[in-house]
Design a protein around this ligand. Structure first.
Ligand code: SAJ
Length: 435
C-alpha cells in the first residue's frame, strides 16, 4: 500500500509548531502536525487550538477542513521536517535537550534521503551540528559519501522569533534567519520559508543563527535588567523611576525599557543562560543581568513587607498573575514567586489574587494557603494594600476612587496619574513608585 508522503511534517504542536503547520497548510502544502500528546492531536484534528492566541483558530480550523493539515502522534514520511519542540532550562542552567533528542530519534527511521530537516527550537550554539551528527550516526546510509546513490539529508536551523499575542502577524512579516550546515541546505530552507514569509530571509551558518536568536532575547533581558536596577536605585533615593525614564528617553539616543516585577516567560528569562552556559568566563554582564531580573520579585516582596511592618494581618490584593499583559500564561511568571513569597513571609495576611485571564488558582499557588481567585471589585473593596503586577487592560480602568485609602504598589507604572490621590506610607522612597 502506498503511504502518504507529506510536503512538510511539523514535530511539536505548541505555540510555534501549530501556527507554523497551519500557515503552511493554508498556503496549500500538505502538512502533518506531530505531537506526543493525544489530546493535542485530537483537538487539532477537530480544528481547535488548545491554547489562547489571537487569530489562530480560524487558520487552524480552515487548514483542517481543507484537508491540508492532519495531526498525528507518529512521525510520517515527509519531504521536509520542522522541529519545534521545547528546549527548557535544565538544572544547572544549561538546556534540557531531551525533547529534541526524542524528536530526532522518532524522525531518523523515516528518512529516505534528500529531506530537509529544520530545527526551529531555540538552541544552544552547536546544537544543529550535533543534531546532524546524531542523524549521521543512526542513519549512516543517508550521509554524504556513505550510501551508494543516497541523497544527503540537509539539516538547518531557523529560529522562531514571534511574539506571543502577535504570532499570526509576526510569523508572516518578521524577517527570518536561516543557518545551514551547507549552502544547499540553506537555499532549500529559504525556498520553503518563502511560501509563508513576507519578510527578508537572511542566510548564515547554523551556529551564527543559533546565537542570533539567543542574542535577541539576551539584548532584551540586559536592557530590562538596567531598567529594573534603576527602579531599585530610585526606591532607595526617593525618585520616581517612571518620570526619570520618561525624561531620559527624550534624549535622541536613549531608550530605557520599562521596569516591572521581574522578567517572565519561557524565552527571555531562559535564553541568556544558554550563552552563559556556552561561555561562562566571558558572559559576566549577561549573567549579572539575569540575576538582577531574577532578584526583582524579591525586591517587590520586601517593599510590601516593609509597608506592613505594623499590620501583619492586612489584606493584599495582587493584581495580575500572567507573565505579561493581556495573556493567560502564568508559567515562569514573576507573580508566582511574589505570591508564594508573600504567603510565606506574611502568614497572617489575606492575599487575594486577581487576574481576568486566569480563572482557576494556578497549581503553583495551591500550597500557599490561598484557596481561590477573586474578582477585581471584590479584591479592591477588601484590600488594605493593592499590589499591581501586570498591566492588563482591565487594570488600566481602576480609578483613583477605587484606590482611595489604600496602600498602593504599582510595579508597572500604569497608575502614575493617581499618585496624588493615594495616601501612601513612603519607606525611603514613595511606595507608589516602586517599579
Ligand atoms: N518586560 C519588562 N519590561 C519591558 C519589556 C518586557 O519587564 O520593557 C517583561 C515582560 O513583562 C515579560 C518579559 O519581560 O515578563 C518578556 O516579555 P516580552 O513581551 O518582552 O517577550 P516574550 O518573552 O513574550 O517574547 C520574546 C520576544 N523576543 C524579543 O522581543 C527579542 C519574541 O520575539 C521571541 O520570539 C520570544 O521571546 C521567544 O519565543 O523567544
Amino acid at each position: 500500500m502506498q503511504t502518504t508522503v507529506y510536503d512538510l511534517a511539523v514535530i511539536g504542536l505548541g505555540y510555534i509548531g501549530l501556527p507554523t503547520a497551519a500557515i503552511f497548510a493554508a498556503k496549500g502544502k500538505l502538512v502533518a502536525g506531530v505531537d506526543v500528546k493525544q489530546a493535542t492531536v485530537d483537538a487539532v484534528n477537530r480544528g481547535e487550538v488548545p491554547f489562547v492566541e489571537p487569530d489562530m483558530g480560524v487558520v487552524v480550523s480552515g487548514a483542517v477542513s481543507l484537508g491540508n493539515l492532519v495531526a498525528m502522534t507518529e512521525v510520517p514520511h515527509a519531504n521536509a521536517y520542522i522541529i519545534a519542540v521545547p528546549t527548557p532550562l535544565a538544572e544547572g542552567k544549561g538546556a534540557d535537550m531531551s525533547y529534541l533528542t526524542s524528536a530526532v530519534e522518532a524522525l531518523a527511521p523515516k528518512l529516505r534521503g534528500g529531506e530537509l530537516v529544520i530545527l526551529e527550537s531555540t538552541s544552544p550554539p552547536g546544537t544543529t551540528e550535533r543534531l546532524a551528527a546524531h542523524l549521521a550516526r543512526v542513519r549512516p546510509d543517508l550521509w554524504s559519501g556513505a550510501g551508494e546513490g543516497a541523497a544527503q539529508v540537509h539539516v538547518v536551523h531557523s529560529p522562531e522569533r514571534v511574539l506571543p499575542g502577535r504570532i499570526m502577524i509576526e510569523m508572516a512579516t518578521n524577517d527570518r534567519v536561516i543557518g545551514g550546515l551547507t549552502d544547499e541546505g540553506a537555499q532549500l530552507a529559504k525556498k520553503l520559508y518563502e511560501v509563508i514569509c513576507q519578510g527578508e530571509i537572511l542566510l548564515t551558518d547554523a551556529t551564527t543563527a543559533e546565537m542570533t536568536k539567543l542574542v535577541e532575547n539576551t539584548f532584551r533581558d540586559v536592557n530590562i535588567a538596567f531598567a529594573n536596577e534603576l527602579s531599585v536605585i530610585c526606591d532607595k533615593l526617593g525618585i520616581d523611576v517612571w518620570r526619570l525614564i520618561e525624561l531620559a528617553n527624550h534624549h535622541p539616543r536613549v531608550n530605557v525599557l520599562r521596569p516591572g516585577p521581574g522578567v517572565g516567560g519561557h524565552c527571555i528569562a531562559v535564553d541568556p543562560w544558554f550563552i552563559v552556559d556556552a561561555a561562562p568566563q566571558e558572559s559576566g554582564l549577561i549573567r549579572t543581568a539575569r540575576e538582577v531580573n531574577d532578584a526583582k520579585p524579591h525586591h517587590v516582596v520586601d517593599r510590601v513587607t516593609e509597608l506592613l511592618t505594623d499590620r501583619e494581618s492586612a489584606t493584599v490584593a495582587v493584581l495580575g498573575l500572567a507573565f505579561k499583559a493581556n495573556i493567560d500564561d502564568v508559567r515562569e511568571s514573576p507573580s508566582m514567586t511574589i505570591v508564594q513569597e508573600l504567603a510565606r513571609r506574611l502568614p497572617l495576611a489575606t492575599i487575594l489574587p486577581v487576574d481576568p485571564h486566569v480563572e482557576d488558582l494556578p497549581a503553583a499557588l495551591k500550597n500557599t494557603g490561598i484557596t481561590a481567585m477573586h474578582s477585581l471589585p471584590e479584591a479592591l473593596a477588601a484590600a488594605d494594600v493593592v499590589l499591581l503586577l501586570v498591566d492588563h487592560d482591565q487594570f488600566l480602568a481602576v480609578t483613583p476612587q477605587d484606590l482611595e485609602g489604600k496602600l498602593v504598589i504599582d510595579t508597572k507604572g500604569i497608575w502614575n496619574d493617581r499618585q496624588a490621590a493615594v495616601p501612601v506610607q513612603p519607606v525611603l522612597a514613595g511606595a507608589d513608585s516602586v517599579g
